[in-house]
Design a protein around this ligand. Structure first.
Ligand code: C2E
Ligand code: CA
Ligand code: CA
Ligand code: CA
Length: 275
């Protein structure tokens, strides 16, 4: 091999090794953050469009890494999934939100639903999923209002099996929402085989709603479909008054987004919901 090419290959190898090492370190740090319960949670309200009253909150996990500051869940959740850490995160998220919301006095009073995100991959492991929900049901503050948002970051390996787990959980009182609707491989299949309680229209469609007729058509179709299935429909990522108005005119039931309320710590949520 020419010297130049050889150098390039060596350089490439070195960069790859460094990246792998960084990843390895990040997994170790994440493991520590989980076991020492350093992950925290924030809450983003969702609102009914008819009267703009908060109908529920979504719990979102946060990781403040000592060295690197806040790391986005879009980065560490997939990492957690690949390394068998996602159910430990789910458990921590349920535990923390249960404690905080339980003390806040908001449950049942100002908030009807508390939604946590669970990746579809977790449903591929029936045993873990069963344990997680048993745990949810022991957190008495949440047992009656818990909703699970299924985030499809990978395909469900065994759709039939996962769907039967979900139906079992529905029988024990949990409600289900299909997250990022319209972007996953199995969104429609889930609607076909399962009675979910809610779908959330992905932000990518909502953000284009005013200017892109194709996005508008898709949003209209999702709303119509939700109506005929008689399930709740939520628009995600609403950032402007115009988007909110357009969604209202289209008959969308609920909305969530920075325009209405950002994800916030429990203290701020209590203040936010007082008005
Ligand atoms: P998601 O479930 O679709 O959550 C919505 C994301 O969009 C959140 O980002 C939220 O902060 C952000 N967002 C809300 N309103 C707006 C808006 O108006 N404009 C824009 N640009 N963004 C908005 P976040 O918290 O960074 O979470 C990213 C993703 O990570 C989530 O997407 C979810 O898939 C995953 N995630 C977050 N927390 C958890 C968790 O506890 N467990 C699991 N398994 N996944 C989680
Ligand atoms: Ca979500
Ligand atoms: Ca979403
Ligand atoms: Ca998402």
């Amino acid at each position: 091999i020419a010297k130049e090419t050889k150098n390039a290959i060596q350089f490439h190898d070195k960069a790859m090794t460094e990246k792998a090492l960084q990843r390895r370190q990040m997994i170790i740090d994440l493991q520590k953050a989980i076991s020492s319960e350093q992950l925290t949670v924030v809450y983003q309200p969702k609102y009914t469009l008819s009267d703009q009253v908060a109908s529920g909150v979504e719990v979102l996990v946060r990781w403040n890494h000592g060295q690197h500051g806040f790391i986005s869940p879009d980065i560490f959740i997939p990492l957690a999934e690949e390394n068998g850490l996602s159910s430990a995160i789910s458990k921590l998220v349920v535990k923390k939100s249960s404690q905080e919301l339980g003390q806040s006095g908001l449950l049942g009073n100002k908030i009807k639903h508390v939604a946590v995100n669970v990746s579809a991959t977790e449903f591929n492991n029936a045993d873990k999923m069963y344990k997680l929900t048993q745990f949810i049901l022991t957190q008495s503050t949440l047992a009656t209002c818990m909703r699970i948002e299924i985030t499809e970051t990978a395909t469900l390996n065994d759709m039939k099996k996962s769907l039967s787990i979900i139906s079992n959980l529905q029988a024990s009182g949990l409600t289900f929402s299909v997250d990022d609707f319209g972007t996953g491989y199995t969104s429609l299949a889930m609607l076909k085989d399962l009675t979910v309680d809610e779908i959330k229209i992905d932000r990518s469609f909502v953000s284009e709603i005013e200017h892109d007729p194709r996005s508008r058509t898709i949003v209209n179709a999702i709303i119509a479909m939700a109506k005929s299935f008689n399930i709740n429909v939520v628009a995600e990522g609403v950032e402007t008054a115009e988007q909110l108005q357009a969604l209202k005119a289209m008959g969308c039931q609920e909305a969530q987004g920075y325009y209405l309320g950002r994800p916030m710590p429990i203290k701020d949520l209590v203040l936010h919901l007082q008005n």
